[in-house]
Design a protein around this ligand. Structure first.
Ligand SMILES: Nc1ncnc2c1ncn2[C@@H]1O[C@H](COP(=O)(O)OP(=O)(O)OP(=O)(O)O)[C@@H](O)[C@H]1O
Ligand SMILES: [K+]
Ligand SMILES: [Mg+2]
Length: 680
């Protein structure tokens, strides 16, 4: 964005937030924030007193003073509302942009007989089959059932490089609002109108369904209890003051109450949460709940799947290796037959390579055979021929068990051949016809760059990384070393991934999981933080509570930092707010009672001009500290990787002691100004 347009964009958000601050005065909205609700009630009472100073018995002070208290209180509430509206602003603006993407499009519905019919995108339902050609916008979310195309996803990810999507495997889901950049695809619709990814994304960035996190609710309750306690404290002041012959009018009592209740954190609490969620969005991660972001701040263990998460996931056949007694030609032919009807990208890459190397397609018995699809459970795929012959390929351990169960012999150099591939970080697939193993297929994949450094950073934060893969132990070990994870689990089936997560959780740890496959979905749901790759399957994205639009597994690092920052910011501003309130108590009380009780002189270190000036100065300070702290609430307290204890010490010192000193200085300055201007 150009600097000028960025400026007008920021200005628009500020203007909108200012207007929203007034809209939020609605008591039905304010009640959700008990501290500020009490301030609003006080504002209304002082408004009545400003109009009719003798409304209540004992409200004898002048109208000018009542008006002053009313105006300051009104600004206190408005400042708090403004903070929240400002935090919501960027998300609202982003939602508007996304809505433009969502404009109605036409879709080509494919009938059973193969004919096409033009319909509106709003008429599409789950299960419909549609065709999308080059240059067309994909009308809704779905799974590619036929074809391969490059897709421009920039409308959603902001990333302009097109991505390849294809039927079968972990890269088959497409998102409504993205565009087919080349070729064509046939897509099965996966969502009904109003439930699409884009719909959910708009609702998310807009904060339409924002729910308070359990932590936030607990803190809100604590602040409400503190408010009640101070209400009682103030009420008990009245008979004491009476006894000392000090006149405390209603406006002063309200002002005193507002000074003492935790308005600073009460006014900024929701802005802190919203801004945290917004910061996650700035990193191109969609968080489904604030709870997930907070949990990310406390993560102990990160579990990642290998293919598509740590590696790029475009596993391609690169070589066929026969075992002893078999020719290269024979293993190539067997591999082709085993993959003829395998619709996964791996399967198709095997067919392609085998044909290139001269294998012969078109065996009629194979054409008529039953396909046996790959599953993460069996870790095999192949064909069942009409004459009873079974052709299979799959993970070497699974294939060895399969062949042994039929009484077949395991070739002497099978392990050696497979291990050579595994040591290079590749995935070996053994191929068998009946009970005879012909050789091994070498599937190559590449580790994404820069992972080692990022995982080291995670280690620095005390987070353990575990790679969990369906692949064999040797391949897993090689990739684990190359990527720099702390530990790995190999030959893992989907239930093993869940078991790994449960085991960590039972030790009291908070677990994050990143994955992309349908087989990762249950684990993503089980984890405290489930981060799905946007490149992955619909099932994974639905099970997860966060989606990384850039499909970068190390993005979790940024989310962890934001989560920690969110927790620290909330803690720091709570400390600051309560320290402030205590300081204000010692600033105001001596000033109020000094005439009646000269013994208080030793406490009257502030030496404020008058009781009225003390009250007004404290109240003004109380109001303006809210907007002054908006930048801290929005940007967050800077997080540095250091031990939790040291961090806590540092923040208690900074925000606790700072929270006591700042109001003394601030109130004194305001008092001097008010006095200098002869306002009080
Ligand atoms: N099309 C296929 N046909 C036969 N076997 C396959 C096929 N694709 C993969 N396999 C084998 O099954 C194993 C598990 O596959 P999958 O990729 O689903 O595992 P995973 O649990 O998602 O692990 P990861 O994605 O971390 O590698 C692979 O390591 C491979 O040995
Ligand atoms: K206060
Ligand atoms: Mg996988």
């Amino acid at each position: 964005m150009a600097a000028a347009s960025k400026k007008t964009y920021a200005k628009r958000i500020v203007v909108q937030a200012a207007a929203d601050a007034f809209k939020k005065l609605n008591p039905a909205v304010m009640i959700g924030n008990p501290v500020m609700f009490i301030v609003e009630v006080g504002t209304l009472i002082t408004l009545l007193l400003a109009i009719k100073p003798d409304l209540f018995v004992g409200s004898g002070t002048g109208r000018g003073y009542n008006i002053a208290v009313f105006v300051i209180l009104l600004f206190t509430v408005l400042f708090a509302n403004f903070a929240e509206a400002l935090a919501e602003g960027r998300g609202k603006a982003q939602a508007d942009t996304l809505r433009k993407t969502k404009s109605e499009t036409t879709a080509k519905l494919v009938h059973k007989d193969g004919s096409l019919k033009q319909v509106s995108s709003t008429q599409l339902r789950k299960g419909d089959i549609i065709r999308v050609d080059t240059g067309e916008i994909i009308p809704t979310d779905g799974e590619i059932v036929e074809g391969l195309a490059s897709i421009d996803e920039s409308a959603i990810t902001g990333e302009s490089a097109p991505v390849i999507k294809e039927a079968g495997g972990d890269f088959s889901s497409v998102t409504g609002g993205t565009r087919v950049a080349s070729d064509f695809i046939v897509v099965q619709v996966m969502t009904d109108p109003g439930e699409s990814f884009l719909d959910r994304m708009i609702a998310l960035v807009e904060g339409a369904k924002r729910q308070k996190t359990p932590n936030e609710i607990a803190l809100t309750t604590l602040l409400a209890v503190l408010t009640m306690i101070f209400l009682v404290v103030i009420m008990t002041l009245v008979p004491m003051a009476d006894y000392l012959d000090v006149k405390l009018d209603i406006a002063t009592l309200i002002a005193l109450l507002v000074c003492l209740i935790p308005t600073t954190i009460g006014g900024l609490l929701s802005a802190i949460g919203i801004a945290g969620m917004d910061r996650v969005t700035q990193y191109n991660v969609l968080a489904m709940s604030g709870k997930a972001v907070e949990a990310a701040g406390d993560i102990d263990t990160l579990i990642l799947d290998k293919t598509g998460t740590i590696t790029y996931g475009n596993r391609m056949a690169s070589e066929f290796m026969p075992v002893s007694g078999v020719s290269l030609q024979e293993v190539t032919q067997a591999s082709l037959r085993a993959s003829m009807k395998d619709e996964t990208p791996e399967g198709r890459s095997i067919v392609e390579l085998a044909l290139k190397l001269g294998a012969m397609p078109g065996n009629p018995a194979d054409e008529a055979a039953e396909p046996v699809a790959f599953t993460a459970e069996t870790r095999m795929s192949g064909l069942d021929l009409a004459d009873g012959t079974k052709i299979r390929k799959g993970a070497v351990d699974a294939m060895k068990r399969y062949v042994a169960a039929q009484g077949g012999v395991i070739p002497g150099n099978l392990d050696e051949t497979a291990n050579r591939i595994a040591k290079a970080g590749g995935t070996p697939l053994a191929v068998a016809i009946g009970d005879r193993i012909f050789g091994v297929i070498y599937l190559k994949d590449t580790v994404k760059p820069g992972l080692k450094e990022r995982f080291a950073e995670l280690r620095g934060m005390g987070i353990k990384t575990i790679m969990c893969t369906g692949d064999n132990p040797l391949t897993a070990a090689t990739i684990a070393l190359e990527a720099g994870v702390d530990d790995f689990i190999a030959e893992a089936k989907p239930e093993d991934k869940i078991a790994a997560i449960r085991k960590e959780q039972q030790e009291g740890k908070l677990v994050a999981m990143t994955g992309d496959g349908t087989n990762d979905a249950p684990a993503l749901a089980q984890a405290d933080v489930g981060l799905a790759m946007n490149s992955g399957t619909m099932a994974a994205k639905e099970a997860a509570n966060m989606i990384d639009l850039d499909s970068d597994p190390t993005k979790l690092l940024s989310v962890v930092a934001i989560g920690k920052q969110l927790l620290i910011t909330r803690g720091a501003l709570t400390t600051f707010s309560i320290a402030n309130d205590i300081a204000k108590y010692f600033a105001i009380i001596p000033a109020l009672f000094i005439l009646a009780m000269p013994q208080l002189q030793s406490l009257n270190i502030m030496n404020l001009a008058s009781p009225k000036s003390a009250i007004l100065s404290a109240l003004i300070f109380n109001a303006i500290i809210i907007p002054l702290l908006i930048p801290v609430a929005m940007k967050g307290v800077k997080y540095r990787a250091m031990s939790a204890d040291r961090l806590l010490m540092r923040n208690v010192l900074m925000f606790g002691i700072g929270g006591v000193i700042v109001p003394f200085a601030g109130i004194k300055i305001i008092d001097l100004v008010l006095h200098g201007l002869r306002l009080a």
